[in-house]
Design a protein around this ligand. Structure first.
Ligand code: PLP
Length: 437
């Protein structure tokens, strides 16, 4: 195994000069997401990846403890996926799937997804990523009620701490204030419920709040409820076991559609193909992206259930993105699903997730640690202070973890080895302890 932080062989002086030049160009030419415009940070420039390890342009290695942004269950450097993309590009790079045009990989992928998905999901709408998927879900939910003769059902119920993306609707449904400021007015008719709280799970209170908000707003004005099965960006917060079945019962009773954002959780990360299986959710719409192609090519898929299909039956749907159903994305997704299946990676996520969780558990004893939590390979440590010191300290030592507010987010590729998992635990423990001083 490569030791995190180890610098590989090669001519250091040349590598450093090239790295400096690229860094300077980067800072001059690129606006990076989630940075201060006009005050760029010096970038880490990755050049190569293999499994759970990345190398930067200076030759330093990093253990990838976040899988980028959760997008890479099968790990980096899979030649099989490169070959699937190249083969498809040689055959047909792309043609629009608007109207009655289609292509074979997209057809095969849709069929395969519906066979993998929880029961009741019957059609697929492809996208380029997660935000587009949630825009699609919100529009479909509103259209469903509109077409069924109840156009006043426009409200989307979302949750404080939820993250659904950066588009007009998906940001409006994102309950994290620091991401919304300066962009208003956002899509109207989005109402927020309280954050499912990690520290004191209280399903009774959360369900009572839901019932009360429905009564206040009027069920006949609400189109859908959107939520992540496990809060991701909001702090890796798994729900109490009875949360989803009880929420779902209230929604059904009030004819409110349930949109489940599985952009992080689908394709094995919580030990199942879909988190809906794990938590007993029967969604009306499931939104996926990221793990669908392991991020080798941007692609997402919205899976639509029978209740929605019945409501929108016969409705004109003027919605689509140029690259919907991209054949190269679909070919890569099919090859990626082959790997996930062949290597039993959802089960691996449970096993190695338990190993990492056990290693991190003692951190809960520290005064500045509020909670250590997670499920499968979605793990989080909540501090009583900003977690960015853990991110920067660990990175200097060759481990990538992510700070989101007070939370340290850990979500490595599902292929992380036991040795790598132990190295990750050791470094996280060291750097969480260090910020307590
Ligand atoms: N929903 C969830 C739960 C996410 O974590 C993300 C991205 O992290 C998104 C939506 C947005 O997806 P994308 O960045 O592909 O648009």
């Amino acid at each position: 195994m490569t030791t995190p932080g180890e610098t590989g062989p090669g001519d250091r002086a040349d590598a450093d000069e090239r790295a400096d030049r690229l860094a300077e160009l980067d800072m001059r030419a690129i606006i990076h997401p989630h940075t201060t415009i006009g005050a760029p940070d010096e970038p880490v420039i990755f050049t190569r990846g293999e499994g759970a390890v990345l190398w930067d342009v200076r030759g330093k290695s990093y253990l990838d403890g976040t899988c980028g942004l959760w997008q890479c269950p099968v790990g980096h450097g899979r030649a099989e996926l490169a070959e699937a993309a190249a083969e498809q590009i040689r055959r047909l790079e792309f043609y629009s799937s608007f109207g009655d045009y289609s292509n074979e990989p997209a057809i095969r992928l849709a069929d395969r997804l519906l066979r993998l998905a929880p029961p009741g999901l019957e059609k697929v709408f492809f996208t380029n990523g997660g935000s587009e998927g949630n825009e699609t879900a919100i529009k479909l939910a509103r259209l469903a009620h509109h077409h069924a003769g109840r156009p006043e059902r426009t409200i989307i119920l979302a949750r404080t701490g939820g993250y659904h993306g950066m588009g007009g609707g998906s940001l409006a449904a994102t309950g994290i204030d620091r991401l919304r400021q300066g962009f208003g007015p956002l899509l109207p008719d989005v109402e927020f419920l309280g954050r499912p709280h990690a520290l004191h799970h209280d399903t009774d209170a959360l369900v009572a709040e839901l019932e009360q908000r429905i009564a206040e707003l009027g069920a006949d004005r609400i189109a859908a409820f959107i939520g992540e099965p496990v809060l991701g960006v909001g702090g890796m917060v798994p729900p109490p076991p009875d949360y989803w079945p009880r929420v779902q019962e209230v929604l059904r009773r009030n004819d409110i559609l349930l949109v489940v954002d599985e952009i992080v959780t689908a394709f094995g990360r919580v030990g199942h193909w879909f988190a809906a299986e794990r938590y007993g959710i029967e969604p009306d719409i499931v939104v996926t992206a990221k793990g669908l192609t392991s991020g080798y090519i941007p692609m997402g898929a919205v899976l639509v259930g029978r209740r929605v299909l019945d409501l929108v039956d016969g409705a004109w749907f003027p919605h689509g993105f140029t690259y919907n159903g991209h054949p190269v994305g679909a070919a890569v997704a099919l090859a990626n699903l082959d790997i996930l299946e062949r290597e039993g990676l959802p089960a691996r996520a449970s096993a190695v997730g338990d190993r990492i969780a056990a290693g991190l558990a003692p951190l809960a004893e520290l005064d500045h640690v509020r909670e250590v939590r997670g499920v499968g390979l979605m793990l989080g440590i909540e501090l009583d202070r900003d977690a960015s010191g853990v991110q920067s300290g660990a990175r200097a030592d060759g481990l990538i973890v992510r700070a989101a507010g007070n939370n340290v987010i850990i979500s490595p590729p599902l292929v992380i080895t036991d040795d790598q998992a132990d190295a990750l635990v050791r470094l996280v423990c060291e750097h969480v302890a260090a910020v307590g001083n």
